[in-house]
Design a protein around this ligand. Sequence first.
Ligand code: PLP
Length: 392
Amino acid sequence: MIPRKRIDIGCADLASGLLGCVAPGNTTAMRHAIESTWDTRASFACLSVRSGLDALLAVLALPVGSEILISAVNIADIPRIIEAHGLVAVAVDIDMQTLTVSPATLERACTARTRAVLLAHLFGSRMPMQGVVDFCNKNKYLLIEGCAQAYTGDAWRGERAADVSLFSFGPVKPATALGGAVLSFRDAALRDRVRAHVARWPMQSRAAYFLRLSKYLVLAPFGNYFVFGALASLCRLLGSTHEKLVSGAARGFAGSDFFVRIRQQPSAPLLQLLRRRLAQGEQSSALRRIERSRLLQRLLGAQCVGRQGREHKHWIFPIVHSDRDALIRHLAKRGFDAAVSASSLGVIGSPPGAMPTSDATQTFSQLLYLPAHEGMSESDIRQLAASVAAFN
Ligand SMILES: Cc1ncc(COP(=O)(O)O)c(C=O)c1O
């Protein structure tokens, strides 16, 4: 069975990370090496995007009840962090064909309490930001840009006019270091304040990072179609599904004590592996994934979410179908692991009275993710498209 997603890290990277956990390493030097080469804007390397956002909001200390406009499609931890700072996350609708948020939508959603806008580039697309930048400048809102899904290892560093751009290197991301994030700031003084805030947090333990690397080393064989298929069959035999195992394995901060877990500094071995991954640049695997996804998009046409998205790098491949559960079962019988949840993304609820997020909500009620990655051959993609078409 072809798994829905591949963890984008090789055994050599994992071995290098594991070695880093037992070798001496200097956090300050590693951090400097990343930050001095990442961007022409001021950069800051931290444990995760969620950690960086938490620190940023602590430093900004916006008045309680201030509103932040966020993309309606997001990970649930983003509003959770915003609310933990006494702020209100107001979800704004997304055009699910182009994966953009229009300035007109932002205009309708803002109130006298709005202070910032946090928009994510979704599913691997990179939305044009000029209209959003103009809207934020006009209203003097801070613009935070979520780039977690759109990095591929190339030279793209997000929108230069954004106040803060957030890049993640968590487990399911391209060029992953199984953790880590880099934030780019327009204002170096704000970066320095975030850095000073994070410096008070405890350091991630080397043992914890070692365990994380070991877990993914153990999981590596499941990228193999045969082994993955055997796991799925075994789960079925036991009266369960592989769904829980797969989504649990990809979660970065599972378990209790969420804020204790995100409020840590990255360890030296994590920074060392992150530096190694960044230095590798755009890998042929990323280009292959994009090429395979473009082919699948051409073959499937109208069913693809975000098919008019500009500069699409296809991190994951969502489509819509009115009977998605039956389609998932149909594809499983033909050896394709499609799923309703390939990531922890969903539609974010808004406070009462906020604008409805109808396009995002409607699309997500029918959305499923197809496997479309570098491990698949062109013939796999054609068979997948034919299997979807046969079901339609
Ligand atoms: C839009 C968005 N923001 C934030 C995150 C979280 O990144 P991290 O795991 O580095 O906290 C993700 C992860 O998928 C994401 O997609």
